[in-house]
Design a protein around this ligand. Structure first.
Ligand code: GLY
Length: 592
């Protein structure tokens, strides 16, 4: 059966048995404690707990859906025969309607009669200290003629909860054989009987308690890709009609693991981008960035047998648009191009650095990520034997440590190096140098405002470092500046200098200061990029350039020192513009 037929037959089967067909919810869940939607039951959580009434909302106590799902826990496994990040989940649900007998009987009938597939074996819950063995399910399977019934424990046949607490319960699973004779779990039938006070991890470690739910519920999940593999008698999910149109576009000579990764990640990216997720260094955006960068690296490395990733992404949109009309080819290609341009700038150097390292440790792997944007997967993959002992957990640990360090580094450092002035941002050893860095400092304020005037508000300070030779200013911006833009920025600055405007200071309570629209940035030591929570004093100084705060050309929270009139600065010249990291540019400017 092709995948469109499977989707249709599934929904028809349950619809005929009184289930309201509910569309897939977004990949971005309502529940803020969950990053992405990982299961069909998520959108129905409140019907299990009794916070909402299914009969009122769906005119039925049972529903069926095909849910877009995304699991990051499997990301390191992608490339084998069955793991995916994005997948489609077929599910039927009951909220205080039917329970074990009907749920097992429906599943059995759908697999054996509608799909006409033999069941290899099933599982039931073996019991734990707090939840009894599932004798009832065993008896139902036996009545249906299943001979091979296996008992398993909490790790395998106990579902949930998703997020920080929620409904959960023992499950029963159906296994079928694929074309290579391997038993594949196709369907998970959850008997929601408990409310769990904590997360799944807390439950498994004995740190959460279960209390019986008032409403018993059914929640099932069946991966469409796996079911298609069994039905289409293929050896892996990648040979089914859900993947073959994408796999066929990849070079014959490419190794099969890489092909699978690209096909999986292209599909995931197309869905995430169409849902409005944007690549970033945080949460969902970080997941998306990892997928994108991994496939961009593979495209880059396959230059001898080029395959345009754009074609794969377009094919993913084309293949799925019929069922998921939210897929938007234009958005996908545009966002892909932006990320690719950003990443390619640092990728080559990152790969060079990676090749130089004899042993990949969590520390140097994190450095490769931080400086060149290389994702963990790539470091692991390209590192080969040199990365054998590098684990995701150790890399994540390093990531966390770094975030803590950068928060701690936000404290300003003063003095201590035999310098006349050291604010962290400005350094001068004597009076003469102090005069020059003061001019450069005011010039830096003008530079930031000029960049915003010319390039827009996306520009914000990421760091600044001023010595007697130059000012070095880092800011967010996602591409190289054009020569005309650099010229225009210089022009804007030098016009303000020509006008010889006053540079003034006001002290305001922090809340009022923020309302003035003045820019603020608390620099870490040496002006490296900020992060974490900044602590402001009760009162702050704003330095502004112009006759009044309201009409000022530039205004910033700042501790000084500055010149008293812009005319003192002299002429500002931009000496260099370059990338420091993905999405961050650096300008060096001098005063003449
Ligand atoms: N919620 C059941 C499953 O995802 O397997």
């Amino acid at each position: 059966m092709n995948s469109s037929e499977i989707r249709k037959n599934f929904l028809d089967y349950f619809n005929k048995r009184g289930h309201a067909v509910v569309p897939s919810s977004s990949l971005i869940p309502d529940d803020p404690s969950v990053l992405l939607t990982t299961a069909g039951m998520q959108q129905f959580k409140k019907y299990y707990t009794g916070e909402a009434d299914a009969l009122k909302d769906f005119c039925s106590k049972s529903t069926a859906s095909i849910q877009k799902s995304f699991r990051t826990s499997d990301i390191d496994e992608v490339g084998d025969e069955s793991h995916l990040t994005f997948f489609e989940m077929l599910g039927n649900f009951s909220f205080g309607g039917y329970f074990k007998r009907e749920a097992i009987t429906y599943a059995h009938e759908f697999i054996t009669k509608v799909m006409q597939l033999p069941i290899s074996y099933v599982t039931v819950f073996e019991g734990s200290a707090t939840v009894p063995k599932d004798e009832e399910s065993r008896a139902i399977w036996q009545e249906l003629g299943i001979v091979d019934i296996r008992e398993e424990g909490m790790d395998d046949v106990f579902w949930g909860p998703t997020g920080t607490s929620g409904p959960c319960g023992p499950t029963a699973e159906i296994y079928c054989k694929n074309a290579s004779g391997k038993d594949i779990e196709v369907w998970n039938i959850v008997f929601n009987q408990f409310m769990c006070s904590g997360s799944r991890e807390e439950l498994l470690s004995g740190n959460a308690t279960l209390s019986p739910l008032d409403i018993f519920g059914i929640d099932t999940g069946m991966g469409l890709e796996r079911l298609a593999m069994i039905s289409q008698s293929t050896k892996t999910i990648f040979e089914t009609d859900l993947f073959s149109p994408l796999m066929d576009l990849l070079p014959q000579s490419m190794d099969v693991r890489t092909k699978r990764i690209i096909a999986d990640h292209a599909r995931g990216t197309a869905f995430l981008l169409s849902e409005g997720v944007q690549p970033s260094n945080k949460e969902r955006g970080y997941v998306l960035r990892r997928l994108l960068r991994r496939i961009i690296v593979h495209e880059y490395l396959a230059h001898e047998t080029p395959f345009p990733l754009e074609n794969i992404l377009s094919a993913a949109v084309r293949e799925y648009r019929g069922f998921y009309p939210e897929l938007n080819e234009q958005t996908v290609l545009k966002e892909f191009a932006t990320e690719k341009e950003k990443f390619l700038k640092t990728l080559k150097n990152g790969l060079k650095e990676l090749q130089k390292l004899e042993n990949l440790t969590p520390q140097n792997a994190f450095k490769l990520y931080e400086s060149y944007g290389l994702p963990f997967e790539i470091i692991k993959e390209i590192g080969g034997d040199r990365a054998a002992s590098l684990s995701r957990a150790s890399f994540d640990e390093e990531f966390k440590k770094h975030q803590e360090i950068s928060r701690a580094g936000l404290e300003k450092k003063f003095g201590g190096h035999g310098l006349l002035l050291d604010t962290g941002e400005l350094k001068a050893k004597d009076e003469q140098e102090l005069k020059i860095v003061t001019r450069l400092h005011t010039a830096t304020h003008l530079l930031q405002q000029a960049l915003r005037t010319v390039l827009g508000e996306a520009v914000s300070q990421k760091g600044s470092d001023i010595t007697v030779e130059r000012t070095r200013f880092d800011f967010s911006f996602d591409r190289k500046l054009m020569p005309e833009e650099i010229q225009e920025v210089e022009q804007v600055i030098n016009d303000i200098i020509q006008k010889d405007l006053p540079v003034q200071k006001v002290e305001l309570p922090i809340d009022e200061a923020k309302k003035t629209g003045a820019l603020y940035f608390f620099s870490a030591k040496g002006g490296s990029a900020s992060g974490g929570k900044e602590k402001y004093p009760d009162h702050v100084n704003i330095y502004f350039v112009g006759n009044s705060l309201e009409e000022a050309f530039s205004k910033e929270f700042c501790g000084g020192p500055h010149v008293t009139r812009t005319g003192e600065i002299g002429k500002v010249k931009i000496a260099k513009e370059e990338a420091v990291a993905a999405g961050i540019r650096r300008i060096r400017a001098v005063v003449e």
